[in-house]
Each structure stands twice: as C-alpha cells, then as structure tokens.
Ligand binder design. Structure first.
Ligand SMILES: C[S@@+](CC[C@H](N)C(=O)[O-])C[C@H]1O[C@@H](n2cnc3c(N)ncnc32)[C@H](O)[C@@H]1O
Length: 250
C-alpha cells in the first residue's frame, strides 16, 4: 500500500527551491495542512479544488496546538484523500515532525516524507560561504535559540564553544542577547564572527555581519524568520554577501 499522506518540506521561501516531487504532490493534493510562514506563491501551486488549512504558528496570533494539528492530520488522512502536510524548510529540522509521524503511525497511516532545503543551507548560499571549511570548521551544529518554555534553551554552552565548528541557530533572533552572553561567558572569543540572515532566499532577505559581541545590538528586531551563523567559517572579510540585485531571488 502506498502513502496518501505526504510530509513535505517547502524550503526557505523561494518557490524555485521546492523539489520537483514536492511541486508535483502540491498540485495533486486534496488537502494541504500548512504552516503560516509558507510562502503564498507555494500555496498557489495547489489545485483549484484543494482545501488549504493554515495550522501554523504566527507571532502574536493564536494557532493550533501541536496536539490539535496531530489530530487534524489523522482525521483528514482517514478520509482517504491525498493529504499534504507542508512545513517550512526541511520537515525533519526543528519541525516537530516526530509528533505528527507518531500520531499517523499510531493510526496505522503511512506517510512519505519529502525533504526540503533547510534555512541553514539557504543562508549559506546567500552568503556564498560554506558552513564547513577545511582546516577551519570541521563540524556543523544546528541549535534552537528558543527553550520549550520560552527564553533560552539549556545547551551545554562550554561544549559548544569547544567544537571549533559552525553553530547555526534557528529561532534565535529574539534571544540573541542571552545566547551571545552565554557563549562568551563559556569561553567564546567576543570577536568570533557572527552573521544573521533574515528571509534567506527571498527578495526581502537581509544580512547583518557582526561578531558574537556586536550582533545583539546590530540585529535589532527582525520581522522575518532569521538564522544566526557563528564561527570562524563566517569570517566577515571572507564572506561574499551578494546584493539582492545580483541574486536571482524568489
Ligand atoms: C520552527 S524553525 C523551522 C525550520 C525549518 N524546518 C527549516 O528546516 O528551515 C523556524 C526557524 O527557521 C529559520 N528560518 C526558516 N526560514 C528561514 C529563512 N527563509 N531565512 C532565515 N531563517 C529561516 C528561522 O530561524 C526560524 O525562526
């Protein structure tokens, strides 16, 4: 039996960065349960008859709880229609995919997963900078900047400063001041290169090039989704951040 439920990564925003498989499935879906931040141009790929259900979280607005989303997904899946659960970036990175997959599995419903381009690789493309670099950054760490109860997450800050790799922080724009203090207190050099990329892959993309000590003041309050990249591989003199005009953005 093949799946009729598809957990799909919508990528960072630019519709051209969807996979061909994601594009095809969006066109054949009967129901699309999507996050709020999914670009409207991606949703417009849906068939005319498709039902679009916004289940995502948006700042300052009440959204469905994860439990409600899980139940909704299962009840739509039981209708036998083609159901797409569409999430930003890659669904398996800070996407709470496990809860949704477990709910479907508990109901004996097959689900196929279609990966998407995650914000980290989209930001690296924007910066024209590899996240790993021979002799400079031998590892790559994806972290959340946001604890389950709000505020800072309980990372092992000392270990993070010792990795010698690139730290990529999702959901960290509101907590950057605390993140920077913890990293510096744990031993990171205050001059460690740190870059924020807002709305990677979109016309509205904005880049802030700083150090770990200056980023909190330089960043302000971004309006769009923002990724923080920290480490020697982000050294500013080597970062080639092309202007929007030079890039073929979505
Ligand atoms: C809940 S996480 C989801 C991550 C997503 N699954 C992925 O793989 O990119 C949301 C965070 O991803 C980052 N993000 C998502 N899209 C982005 C974009 N286009 N530009 C910069 N950061 C982005 C931001 O840090 C945002 O707060």
């Amino acid at each position: 039996m093949s799946a009729r439920v598809f957990l799909i990564g919508a990528g960072p925003g630019d519709p051209d960065l969807l996979t061909i498989k994601a594009h095809r499935l969006l066109q054949s879906a009967d129901v699309i349960l999507h996050d709020s931040l999914v670009d409207p141009r991606i949703l417009s790929l849906a068939a005319d008859h498709a039902e679009l259900v916004d289940v995502g979280k948006r700042c300052g607005k009440h959204s469905a709880t994860q439990t409600t989303i899980n139940k909704l997904l299962v009840s739509y899946a039981r209708t036998g229609q083609i159901i797409v659960r569409l999430k930003g970036g890659d669904p398996m990175i800070f996407g709470r995919a496990t809860e949704e997959l477990e709910s479907l599995a508990a109901a004996n419903i097959l689900c196929e997963i279609i990966p998407g381009i995650t914000a980290a690789t989209a930001a690296a493309a924007t910066l024209q900078r590899s996240l790993t670099q021979r002799g400079v950054a031998r590892s790559l760490h994806f972290l959340t900047g946001h604890g389950a109860e709000g505020g800072l997450p309980a990372h092992d800050w000392v270990s993070l400063t010792r990795t010698g790799g690139t730290l990529v922080i999702y959901m960290g724009s509101q907590t950057i001041a605390g993140l920077a203090s913890h990293l510096i207190e744990a031993g990171m050099s205050p001059t460690m290169p740190a870059i924020a990329v807002e709305n990677a892959s979109l016309h509205s993309q904005a880049i802030t090039i700083a150090t770990i000590s200056t980023l909190p003041n330089r960043l302000g309050r971004p309006l769009g989704p923002t990724l923080l990249l920290i480490g020697e591989a982000m050294a500013s003199e080597e970062v080639v951040a092309l202007t929007t005009a030079q890039l073929a953005l979505g």
